[in-house]
Design a protein around this ligand. Structure first.
Ligand SMILES: *[C@@H]1O[C@H](CO)[C@@H](O)[C@H](O)[C@H]1NC(C)=O
Length: 110
């Protein structure tokens, strides 16, 4: 499956703290594995490793939406992680990795 990344204005969060991930929502609770299957993680390759980029959401079988500022590191390779539950655990069997083939930036974003 090939995804196009749509970079639109959104409320999705930026890069999180370095690992391990710290809880950042007071009074929240962990999602159950598979509870939000449309959530994705965008990573970019820097300093010989895949770095945590932004969250995003699957729109359809070919499109992902994320925040426009997630494209600021456009010279680096990017990939989309689908099916992750604990984003600090690289060995989750539910994970799938996809490489985006095209990026679209919202024309109104500056
Ligand atoms: C997430 O994965 C990391 C790395 O394997 C692990 O240290 C951590 O305990 C995990 N967190 C949870 C909530 O399972």
């Amino acid at each position: 499956m090939v995804f196009h990344l749509l970079f639109l204005l959104s409320l999705l969060t930026d890069k999180a703290d370095p690992e391990p991930v710290k809880p950042q929502i007071i009074g929240g609770e962990d999602a159950r594995p598979g509870e939000f299957p449309w959530m994705i993680l965008i990573q970019y390759f820097s300093n010989d490793e895949w770095e945590r980029g932004c969250g995003g959401a699957i729109i359809d079988h070919r499109h992902i939406i994320t925040a426009a500022h997630c494209w600021l590191r456009k010279s680096l390779p990017h990939r989309v992680v689908v099916g992750a539950h604990n984003i600090s655990d690289e060995n989750e069997p539910s994970r799938q990795i996809h490489v985006p083939c095209r990026f679209h930036q919202h024309p109104m974003w500056n």
